[in-house]
Design a protein around this ligand. Structure first.
Ligand SMILES: Cc1ncc(C[n+]2csc(CCOP(=O)(O)OP(=O)(O)O)c2C)c(N)n1
Length: 329
């Protein structure tokens, strides 16, 4: 655990909540492994971007949000959608372009949306959702809804102009926004050392006077502690927070071949900091049994198996449906 604050927060959590987070992290892991298998079998159009190794950020951050709060994420956003409560069956069906998917099969892996669970969309265009999240937070502030918006994005996205523009306006207007940068060190093949002028991406928030924190992103408890404080700050009307969650990317950029590491050892780096065994060790030390954790892992496997079966048995999206849902009736 990263800090005294994290320890205090960890001690305040019930065992039931900790077991639930463990199940969520396992669900995301198995879900992504299933997606990789489906991609290899040619069942997925385009590409997919696994968030394997980054589960602690999705689960820790979304656990600090209320069901009515809102999230936006990137193409690497399956984990955040699941952690926010979106239905795994509808997500898997969407990824396989089936008519039963959360966007009726027209969005695919990179464009997932489930408004009923506050998932306002994942986005294939790097950084495009950052200003959108600022607009969403502004709408919530103007309408006094009390909702907090969380925006998840990568280190590469933080080099785009609209990132800086959003930081400035969000800080000026004290928007109820949490910017969660998942710094997994790489933007396809470009390492952060070749793209970032400051040691921490969070340093950039200081330029606009925004509250910010560097977080150990492989520790779900540290992410939760930081996010809880950020969400409280936003909900009290005190403005946005920038969280830089340091993590390590899975072995390549996407299931497609691009963005591989230079050698096999580098590609396996994420396994050394894998957030799931790390969290498991913590759970065992606080007295949760190996058997209880295996039961949760089994439930996660069953959830993913049911999602896979649902998706495979669903009809593909029909070309006849292409013009449906384009315009608001
Ligand atoms: C505006 C835009 N530029 C370039 C791309 C191509 N592209 C897709 S993913 C990516 C890397 C983004 O890296 P990062 O923001 O660090 O996120 P990560 O993939 O590591 O999660 C790039 C350059 C794109 N999709 N959109």
């Amino acid at each position: 655990m990263a800090s005294g604050t994290t320890i205090d927060v960890a001690q305040s959590l019930s065992h039931e909540m900790l077991r639930h987070w463990y199940e969520q992290m396992q669900t995301i892991r198995y879900f992504e492994e299933q997606v990789i298998e489906f991609f290899a079998k040619g069942l997925i159009s385009g590409s997919t971007h696994p968030c394997i190794g980054q589960e602690g950020i999705a689960v820790g951050a979304c656990a600090a949000l209320e069901p009515s709060d809102l999230i936006l994420a990137t193409y690497r956003g399956h984990g955040e959608c699941l952690a926010k409560g979106a239905d795994p069956k509808k997500l898997m069906a969407e990824i396989l372009s089936r008519a039963t998917g959360c966007c009726k099969g027209k969005g695919g892996s990179m464009h997932l949306c489930d408004v009923s669970h506050g998932v306002l969309g994942t986005n294939a265009v790097v950084a495009a959702h950052i200003p959108i999240s600022g607009g969403v937070a502004l709408a919530c502030q103007t309408r006094k809804t009390g909702q907090v918006t969380a925006c998840f994005f990568g280190d590469g996205a933080s080099c785009e102009g609209e990132f800086f523009e959003t930081l400035n306006m969000a800080s000026l207007w004290k928007l109820p926004l949490v910017l969660v940068c998942e710094n997994n060190e790489y933007a396809i093949s470009v390492h952060v050392s070749k793209s970032q002028a400051t040691p921490n991406i969070a340093d950039r928030a200081q330029g606009v006077g925004m509250r910010n924190q560097v977080v150990e992103g492989n520790d779900v408890l540290a992410v939760y502690a930081a996010m809880r404080a950020a969400v409280e700050h936003a909900r009290e009307g005190r403005g946005p927070t920038f969280l830089e969650c340091k993590t390590v990317r899975w072995e390549r950029h996407s299931t497609f071949s691009a963005g591989r590491y230079e050698n096999a050892e580098a590609a396996q780096k994420w396994r050394k900091v894998d957030p799931i065994p790390r969290f498991k060790s913590h759970l065992l030390t606080v007295g949760i049994s190996e058997g209880a954790l295996e039961e949760r892992a089994e439930r996660a496997r069953a959830t993913v198996a049911a999602a896979a079966e649902f998706a495979l048995s669903s009809p593909p999206v029909s070309p006849d449906a292409i013009l449906e849902d384009v315009y608001e009736p």
